[in-house]
Design a protein around this ligand. Structure first.
Ligand SMILES: NC(=O)c1ccc[n+]([C@@H]2O[C@H](COP(=O)([O-])OP(=O)(O)OC[C@H]3O[C@@H](n4cnc5c(N)ncnc54)[C@H](OP(=O)(O)O)[C@@H]3O)[C@@H](O)[C@H]2O)c1
Length: 288
């Protein structure tokens, strides 16, 4: 049976992969390791681990995801988001393992009205995006059997994310402000996990860069409004401009990605973001 190694397994994507692993227990054996078991910045440890386990596939769910803090900690961001995938690529190449590496829409500056395709010009607006872009390059260079999946605005029932932050704020406040002039595509990490496993299970592999998210585009303000609707909250939400809500890291104004390539090559049918969001909010409300 083919073995799938998941590194960074305690974050939101890692937990979503754990959740669906049961559905695939007849097809794959899964090995989930968190940062305390395998630190992807430790090259020797990564090489030894792959030599010992010889997985058929490695999913890199590990990342430094603190977008604003990255501006103050560029070395740490680059260690995890660039050197880490570089180490995984080197080790996976030596064992013949296919690498599935996750990246971000923040590799784009968002200064365009078109939806970004995989070969469009990258120009990260901040340290986080720059570190992720370097990670893509090192992963692709280090192992020809690498699939990079860029995703956007990830949320789930697990870890910290925008949906959980909004639900907490709705409990504490009567009125909040959310940015209404930045556009992107929210993505339920459970859908991303499903997509990754479908790609791994597919007979014909195409390596390289792919975009995956839910669709179509929306704003953070409309995203928050739907979270309120699905959770039954009566909170008042005001739409703010980016200038009214300054953050240490600059965000892309419009980082909407075109999803045609993954649909064509892997027959993936992305879900409407509202349907995926409703599932997640209902799950979170049920466990409250
Ligand atoms: N979150 C988003 O909105 C978003 C948007 C676009 C793309 N992405 C990308 O999607 C992927 C998954 O993101 P996520 O939201 O699931 O991330 P997450 O919840 O922040 O989880 C990241 C995991 O990486 C682990 N990690 C950090 N440093 C590590 C190291 N040196 N070695 C091994 N593991 C390490 C963390 O473990 P510890 O907690 O123990 O440090 C954590 O469990 C990432 O590649 C991210 O860049 C995320």
């Amino acid at each position: 049976m083919k073995k799938i190694l998941v590194v960074g397994a305690n974050g939101q994507l890692g937990n979503c992969l754990r959740r669906i692993a049961f559905d695939y227990e007849w097809d794959f054996t899964f090995l989930f390791v968190g940062s305390s078991e395998l630190d992807i910045t430790d090259r020797d440890a990564v090489l030894d681990f792959f030599e010992e386990e010889k997985p058929d596939f490695c999913i890199n769910a590990a990342a430094y995801t603190a977008v604003d803090l990255a501006e103050k900690e560029p070395e740490r961001a680059f260690a995890v988001n660039a050197d880490g995938p570089g180490n995984l690529a080197e080790a996976s190449n030596e064992t013949g393992t296919a690498l599935i590496h996750i990246s971000t829409d923040y590799v784009f500056d968002g200064e365009t009205q078109i939806s970004y395709s995989e070969d469009n010009f990258t120009n990260p607006p901040g340290v986080y995006g720059a570190s992720k872009l370097k990670g893509e390059e090192l992963a692709l260079e280090g192992n020809p059997k690498t699939i990079v999946i860029r995703t956007s605005w990830l949320y789930s029932e697990y870890s910290r994310n925008f949906v959980k932050t909004m639900l907490n704020l709705f409990d504490q406040k009567e009125e909040i402000g959310v940015v209404g002039d930045q556009f992107g595509q929210p993505t339920n990490a459970n859908d991303l996990a499903d997509t990754i496993i479908k790609i791994i299970a597919s007979d014909r592999k195409t390596y390289g860069v792919f975009h995956y998210s839910n669709y179509p585009e929306t704003t953070w303000y409309d995203f928050a409004a739907k979270i309120a609707e699905y959770s039954g909250s009566g909170i008042r939400i005001n739409s703010l401009s980016t200038a009214e809500y300054p953050t240490p890291a600059k965000r892309p104004v419009r980082s909407t990605m075109c999803l045609d390539k993954i649909e064509e090559h892997y027959n993936i049918d992305p879900r409407h973001w509202e349907n995926s969001l409703q599932d997640c909010v209902e799950n979170l409300m049920d466990t409250k």
